[in-house]
Design a protein around this ligand. Structure first.
Ligand code: GTP
Ligand code: MG
Length: 205
């Protein structure tokens, strides 16, 4: 039986969510920015340590009208969560402090602390610093973010460059490793079957 892991890729607009997913699945990258308008589910299969897993990677579009509004996306998250989500990849741009503030807002003590609740309830969350190839323009040291994310948020942390295909495979491997260690939640049989039929890529990690 092939196990399924559903992953939601979230973060502020333009941080590189779609680029990371497309680099991982298709080895494809474009410098042209095409904002994601509607949610899209990718269904690759992967082999980790000789075991095959079906992934459902959900590319979550940011809130519809006011750009970086965290609250808008958080309400979206509730919807994502109730249907699909098991693990999260929270992406910020290492050159854009606002995109990191967006990530912080996911953990701030407000009624919208969805990820904080999920983190404490053992849901795998990986924070990803994107656009590592532009690191000369980064807004803070890697270590400062890494310590906050790992020690305070208790999440994994990886930096990557979708442009140069650097650490993209690693980040999915890391997340899957955390999920497997915690025990994957089994999806409904019908969904699993559908996933198998629509499988479009298989990647050995
Ligand atoms: N230099 C560099 N540019 C990148 C990288 N990843 C993405 N970009 C660029 O950043 C822009 C936004 O990338 P997307 O992948 O569309 O970002 P997104 O988070 O999906 O954006 P939304 O769908 O609007 O939320 C594009 O112009 C990409 O070419 C990277 O690793 N390095
Ligand atoms: Mg996108």
């Amino acid at each position: 039986m092939v196990e399924t892991l559903s992953i939601a890729v979230i973060g502020a607009p333009g941080v590189g969510k779609t680029s990371i997913i497309r680099q991982f699945i298709y080895n494809d990258f474009s410098d042209t920015y095409s904002p994601t308008k509607t949610r899209y589910v990718y269904r690759p299969s992967v082999i980790l340590n000789g075991v095959m897993y079906d992934l459902k990677i959900l590319d979550v579009p940011p809130g519809s009208s006011s750009g970086r509004s965290a609250q808008r996306e958080h309400s979206w998250l509730e919807m994502v969560d109730s249907y699909f989500t098991y693990a999260y990849i929270l992406v910020y741009d290492i050159c854009c402090v606002e995109s990191f503030e967006y990530s912080i807002s996911c953990y701030s003590p407000t009624p919208h602390t969805h990820l904080q609740r999920k983190s404490s309830s053992e849901v795998p969350i990986l924070v990803v610093g994107s656009k590592r190839d532009l690191q000369r323009h980064r807004f803070t040291q890697r270590r400062a973010v890494s310590v906050l994310v790992k020690r305070t948020w208790k999440c994994g942390y990886v930096e990557c460059s979708a442009k140069h295909n650097w650490h993209v495979l690693l980040l999915f491997k890391e997340l899957l490793g955390i999920a497997v260690a915690r025990g994957l939640r089994h999806n409904h049989t019908a969904i699993r079957l559908q996933g198998a039929l629509q499988r479009n890529r298989c990647c050995v990690m």
